[in-house]
Design a protein around this ligand. Structure first.
Ligand code: U7K
Length: 266
């Protein structure tokens, strides 16, 4: 039985960021920790930014959710990071961590993991402060709008990140391609889009609710990003081996994509 598409109004009403974080990202036991999505993405982000080629003024993260793991390497290479999401509660949860408010999620084991990749696990508190200083704005976004940051118009960014967003926000392949065009308008020609997520997923659970996921295949992704005006610089796929949390989500693999927007694309 296929799950109906989850409309954004339902995200706004039913998506519980705290349940999401506890289920997927809790140190040692979260499903994205044990089934290797998180370490896979963190290693790829580390490798991507440590090469030094991707740096600049502004980075926009599209559909941040309540998460900060995606900023841990990037914060060393950009002056300013703008986090965005559709739901108000995700943005509030993020703000809680950024402002060190009581009850904020504990990201320290992911932070330590990245510091270890960088060669010094002991500097994790400094890394957290660096993320807090670099993430300067939290904005509402909607990838289904031609300007996803409407009513704001921002200058085009040097780099975009997007993880686990388009597959949740888009009901079919056509909507995915449209959303990809929409976010691409926020990126400078010659800028980089770093995209990651899961393949072969039809749903994921958060608390008592199932949420729709667009079932992505590698071949579709390659075609979609090429049609949107990108050159693929790197595509990594890691099949899932730990199937103990299939009841949470039926995804088959994690992917990481490094894309460069063609110079002649406005
Ligand atoms: C499988 C397993 C676990 C995505 C699908 C596959 C997750 C992250 C999260 C989130 C929006 C919009 C919804 C964003 C509606 C921008 C995605 C940001 C997980 C999976 C999968 N997925 S976790 O749900 C936590 O934070 N998103 C939007 C949904 C907000 C409309 C419009 N514009 N998201 N997703």
């Amino acid at each position: 039985m296929a799950l109906d598409f989850t409309d954004k109004e339902i995200y706004q009403r039913d998506f519980d960021p705290r349940a999401y974080l506890d289920t997927y990202y809790a140190a040692d036991v979260g499903s994205f920790v044990t089934d290797e999505y998180l370490p896979f993405i963190l290693k790829n982000l580390f490798g991507t930014f440590a090469s030094g080629a991707i740096r600049g003024d502004t980075l926009i993260d599209i559909g941040s959710g309540p998460s900060i793991y995606q900023f841990l390497s990037a914060c060393e290479y950009f002056r300013e990071i703008i986090a965005t999401d559709y739901t108000d509660r995700n943005l509030q949860e993020l703000e809680k961590w950024l402002k060190k408010e009581p009850g904020a999620f504990d990201w320290s084991s992911a932070v330590k993991f990245v510091c270890e990749l960088e060669g010094d696990r002991e500097k994790w508190t400094e890394k957290e402060e660096k993320v807090r200083r670099t993430v300067t704005r939290l904005l509402k976004c909607d990838v289904t709008k031609s300007n996803p940051l409407e009513p704001l118009t921002l200058p085009q960014a040097d780099c975009l990140l997007t993880f686990l967003c388009l597959d949740a926000a888009c009901k079919d392949h056509e909507a995915f391609c449209c959303a990809l065009r929409n976010i691409t308008s926020l990126l400078k020609p010659g800028g980089y889009l770093v995209m990651g997520g899961v393949l072969g997923s039809s749903m994921y659970m958060v608390g008592q609710y199932p949420f729709f996921s667009l079932d992505l295949e590698k071949e579709f992704l390659e075609r979609a990003v090429c049609d949107a005006g990108y050159v693929v610089e790197r595509l990594e796929v890691q099949p899932r081996t730990d199937l103990t949390s299939m009841f949470l989500s039926d995804y088959k693999a994690s992917f990481f994509l490094l894309l460069r927007k063609q110079m002649d694309m406005k």
